[in-house]
Design a protein around this ligand. Structure first.
Ligand code: UDX
Ligand code: UDX
Length: 437
C-alpha cells in the first residue's frame, strides 16, 4: 500500500516520517519546493525533537521519499493524506481554498480506487465538499472514498504524540476505507475509534476548543486570585487532584497561541453559529485569552510607569517551548505593544529568533536580538518572561540581577518562585500570585 502526504508542513512532515517509521511506503509532496528539497536531504525545515533522526533513518531505509510532482504523487498512491493548511479567515472561519484545490488535483489524477484522508483540522461537513469536488472534476469514473483522521499533535512533542497516541480517530463511510485505515494504524489497534466522518471531524474541533476553554478558565481564576490572597498555582494544583478535572492544561499565563487553538475555537464558533447554535461560551473563552496581553502589559506599566526609552529584555518568543513556531505567539502581541510605547527591546529565544526577524527586523536600540539570555538583560530596566523555555528556569539569577539596571521581573508564565525572588532582591510580578517587593 503506497501512502501520499500532500502538504509537508508542521503536520504533514511529521505524519510522513512517522507513517514511514510504522513501516509504510510514503511519498511526501508540497508546493514549497524548498521544503521538499530540504526534506529529501534529510534536513527538516521545522524544529521538532526526534524528527531529524527519524527522517534520515527512513530516507535511508528507502520507504520514504519527497518529490515535487503532485500529479505523480497522487497517481502512484493508494491513500492520500491531505495536510495542507486551513488558515483562519477574517470572520473566524477556516479558509478551505487549499483543501479544495488539492481535491480538484486528486480528481484530475484519479486513476484507481483511493482513500482521500483529511488530516488537517477541517470544519465538520468538509468531507462532503471534498467528495462533491472530486465527483465533479474526476476524469475517470473510478471509485474513491473520503475519510477523516484528525491529528492530535502538539508542537514540541509531535513525533512522540504520533508514535504513542492516546487515540486514533478514524471517520469513514465505507468498510473498504475503514479496513485500509485500520490496517495503517495496526500497531495502535487497542486505541482506534471508528466513527462516521462528521463525528471524527467534530472530535478534533471539540477537543481543541475544550483545551483552550480550560486554559481560559484558569486564566480567569488567576484574575480573581490577583484580587485576593489566593495563589492560582495552588488553586490549579488543588483542582487538578480531582481526576475528573485533571492537572494538565491548567497553567495560567499569557494565554494560548499557536496555529491551532486560536483558529480552532473561532472556526468551531463559526460552524456552530452558521448552523444556528449559539457559541457564547467559546466566544468568552477567546475574549479572556485576548485579555491576557492587556493584563500583562498593565503589569509592565505598573512596574515601569513610562515605557518610552526603557530597556526591556524579553525572554521567549515562540508560542510555547521546544518549538521555533511563532504563529499567534503572545510574544508578538506584547512586542508590538511595547514598540508602540517606544520601549527599547532586547529579545532572546533559543529557537524562534530567525522567524521573528522576518516580521520584526533588527533595528537597535529599538529592536536588538540577543546572543543569550544574559546578553538580553544587559542594562535592562525590566525582564519579561514570555515563553517558559526550561533554560530560563536554570539561569543564574544573581548574575541576571548584576547585569540589569533595575532588578524588575515580570513573569508571564510563573517560572520562578515569589519568595525566592524576594530573597534575591527582585521586584517580582507574576500571574495570579501576590507581587512581592
Ligand atoms: C495545518 C493547520 O495549521 C493545522 O491546523 C491543520 O491541522 C493541518 O494543517 P500545519 O502543518 O501547521 O498545519 O500548516 P503548515 O505548516 O502551514 O503546512 C501546510 C503545508 O501545506 C505548507 O508546507 C504548504 O506549503 C503546503 N501546501 C499548502 C501545499 O502543499 N499545497 C497547497 O495547496 C497549500
Ligand atoms: C494543540 C493541542 O494540544 C494538540 O492536541 C492539537 O493537535 C494542536 O493544538 P499545540 O498548539 O501544538 O497543540 O500546543 P499546546 O501544548 O496544546 O499549547 C497550546 C497553547 O496553550 C500554547 O500557547 C501554550 O502556551 C498554551 N498553554 C498550554 C497554556 O497557556 N496553559 C497550559 O496549561 C497549556
Amino acid at each position: 500500500m503506497k501512502i501520499a502526504v500532500i502538504g509537508t508542513g508542521y503536520v504533514g512532515l511529521v505524519t510522513a516520517v512517522c507513517l514511514a517509521e510504522l513501516g509504510h511506503d510514503v511519498v511526501g509532496t508540497d508546493v514549497a519546493a524548498d521544503k521538499i528539497d530540504k526534506a529529501s536531504q534529510g534536513t527538516p525545515h521545522i524544529y521538532e525533537p526526534g524528527l531529524e533522526e527519524l527522517l534520515k533513518k527512513n530516507l535511508k531505509k528507502g520507504n520514504l521519499a519527497f518529490i515535487h510532482d503532485l500529479d505523480e504523487t497522487i497517481q502512484s498512491a493508494d491513500v492520500l493524506f491531505v495536510c495542507v493548511n486551513t488558515p483562519q479567515r477574517e470572520d473566524g472561519s477556516a479558509d478551505m481554498v487549499y483543501v479544495e484545490g488539492v481535491s480538484r488535483r486528486i480528481a484530475e489524477n484519479l486513476n484507481d480506487y483511493k482513500v482521500v484522508v483529511e488530516k488537517s483540522t477541517v470544519p465538520v461537513k468538509t468531507s462532503m465538499w471534498i467528495k462533491r469536488t472530486i465527483d465533479l472534476h474526476k476524469k475517470k469514473d473510478v471509485e474513491f472514498d473520503v475519510a477523516s483522521n484528525p491529528e492530535f499533535l502538539r508542537e514540541g512533542s509531535a513525533v512522540s504524540d504520533f508514535l504513542s497516541p492516546d487515540r486514533i480517530v478514524i471517520g469513514v463511510e465505507s468498510e473498504r476505507a475503514r479496513d485500509i485505515l485500520v490496517k495503517i494504524y495496526e500497531r495502535y489497534k487497542d486505541r482506534v475509534l471508528v466513527t462516521n466522518i462528521d463525528t471524527a471531524e467534530l472530535i478534533k474541533h471539540a477537543s481543541n476548543s475544550f483545551l483552550a476553554l480550560k486554559i481560559s478558565y484558569i486564566n480567569l481564576i488567576s484574575e480573581l486570585c490577583e484580587k485576593t490572597d489566593a495563589d492560582v498555582e495552588q488553586v490549579a494544583k488543588g483542582m487538578g487532584m480531582d481526576p475528573r478535572i485533571g492537572n494538565q492544561f491548567l497553567r495560567p499565563g499569557l494565554g494560548y497561541g499557536g496555529s491551532c487553538f486560536p483558529k480552532d475555537i473561532r472556526a468551531l464558533t463559526k460552524i456552530g453559529e452558521d448552523l444556528g447554535v449559539k457559541f457564547e461560551l467559546l466566544k468568552e473563552a477567546d475574549k479572556i485569552n485576548l485579555r491576557r496581553i492587556d493584563t500583562f502589559v498593565d503589569k509592565i506599566k505598573k512596574a515601569l510607569w513610562i515605557l518610552k526609552d526603557k530597556t526591556i529584555a524579553v525572554l521567549g518568543l515562540s508560542f510555547k517551548p521546544e518549538t521555533d513556531d511563532i504563529r499567534e505567539a503572545p510574544s508578538l502581541k506584547v512586542i508590538n505593544r511595547l514598540l508602540e510605547e517606544g520601549a527599547l527591546l532586547r529579545l532572546y529565544d533559543p529557537q524562534a529568533m530567525e522567524n521573528v526577524k522576518k516580521t520584526t527586523p533588527e533595528k537597535p536600540p529599538q529592536v536588538y536580538y540577543a546572543k543569550s539570555a544574559y546578553d538580553a538583560v544587559e542594562k535592562a530596566n525590566a525582564l519579561l518572561i514570555i515563553t517558559e523555555w526550561s533554560e530560563f528556569g536554570e539561569l543564574d539569577l544573581k548574575k541576571i540581577k548584576a547585569l540589569m539596571d533595575n532588578p524588575i521581573i515580570i513573569d508571564g508564565r510563573n517560572i520562578y518562585e515569589p519568595a525566592k525572588m524576594r530573597e534575591l532582591g527582585f521586584e517580582y510580578y507574576s500571574v495570579g500570585r501576590k507581587q512581592l517587593l
